[in-house]
Design a protein around this ligand. Structure first.
Ligand code: RIB
Ligand code: CA
Length: 307
């Protein structure tokens, strides 16, 4: 039986490949794609999500969500994703967004689902947090929460913090306190998924479908990471989706995690205790290693199945 999931995102170049991977994989039943402002503003992220879902030919509903964090101001990341969020790659206009706000739809799906639902968060966690704070009892309907978020060492938006956690740390704190297991694909994991031009060329050779070619076009616009010595572009968000599809590509460790909510330079830092030094409750799992060749094969093979 496929895993019932809600995919919350902020497309976003890496979100784009994550959305396509999720929709291409029979292991997952994507009940809804919900969208937040993040990499770029909600106007762009929503348009990108609609276009990506329609490109697959699927009728998965796409819902608009929060255009700002729970507290503080919205800040984008156009340096990596371009002004439009997908590197300037032009996709056909997608189907209109489904009626309803993301947080309300997440609650409705959780309330009505016959089986527990997995929440995948690959952008600021605002929509997921709004759903679970307005109806906390629905946490019992959540199978697990899988996030691309955080870092146990250096951040990528500040020295201390990873972008998704930093964009809405209060939202991440809500998820960590909701009582359901949170699985982290952190920057240390995604640094093992360095996409090079050779990887993209390998994907291009797998088929001529519009989705695979669009994914390659989008990924080709992403600059190599100077934080990682220019060796390639870390493919963040598909790691969270791949964990659910092929967990054997990963190793994982139970841990405790909290997030810095202070106003200072450490704001948004995730304090991930892998060695139980704090004695805190083990409220999370951190993905530690990735079989990168297997990961890239999974992405190419699945996207080649799409139209
Ligand atoms: O830090 C990487 C994360 O922030 C990814 O989800 C990327 O899409 C951005 O949202
Ligand atoms: Ca993202």
């Amino acid at each position: 039986m496929p895993i019932q999931v809600i995919l919350d995102c902020d497309p976003g170049t890496d979100d784009a490949l994550a959305v396509l991977l999720a929709l291409a994989s029979p292991e997952l039943n994507v009940l809804a794609v919900t969208v937040a402002g993040g990499n770029v503003g909600l106007t762009h992220t929503l348009r990108n999500a609609r276009a990506l879902v329609s490109l697959t030919g699927r009728d998965t509903p796409v819902y608009a969500g929060a255009d700002r964090p729970l507290l503080g101001a919205f800040v984008s990341e156009t340096g990596v994703h371009g002004q439009d969020g997908i590197g300037g790659v032009v996709l056909p206009e997608g189907a209109p967004p489904a009626p309803g706000l993301a947080a309300d739809v997440i609650r409705r799906i959780l309330r009505d689902s016959v089986e527990p639902v997995t929440l995948i968060g690959i952008g600021p966690a605002t929509n997921l947090a709004l759903a679970l704070t307005t109806e906390p009892a629905l946490a019992e309907r959540v199978a697990q929460i899988v996030l691309m978020s955080g870092a146990w060492a250096e951040g990528n938006v500040t020295p201390a913090a990873e972008f998704n956690a930093w964009s809405d740390p209060e939202a991440l704190a809500v998820l960590l306190a909701c009582g359901r297991p949170v699985v982290f694909a952190t920057l240390e994991l995604t640094a093992q998924a360095l996409v090079t031009q050779a990887v993209i060329a390998g994907w291009r050779g797998l088929g001529a479908g519009r989705c695979l070619q669009a994914a390659c076009d989008i990924q080709a616009t992403v600059p190599a990471s100077r934080r990682l010595g220019g060796a390639g572009a870390p493919l963040h968000d598909p790691c969270a989706v791949a964990w659910l599809i092929q967990p054997e590509l990963f190793t994982a460790r139970p841990c405790s995690a909290r997030v810095d909510l202070g106003p200072g330079p450490g704001r948004g830092r995730t304090l991930i205790d892998r060695w139980n030094r704090t004695g805190d409750k083990l409220n999370a799992v951190v993905l530690e290693t990735l079989d990168a060749p297997g990961f890239f094969d999974l992405i190419g093979g699945r996207l080649a199945l799409l139209p």
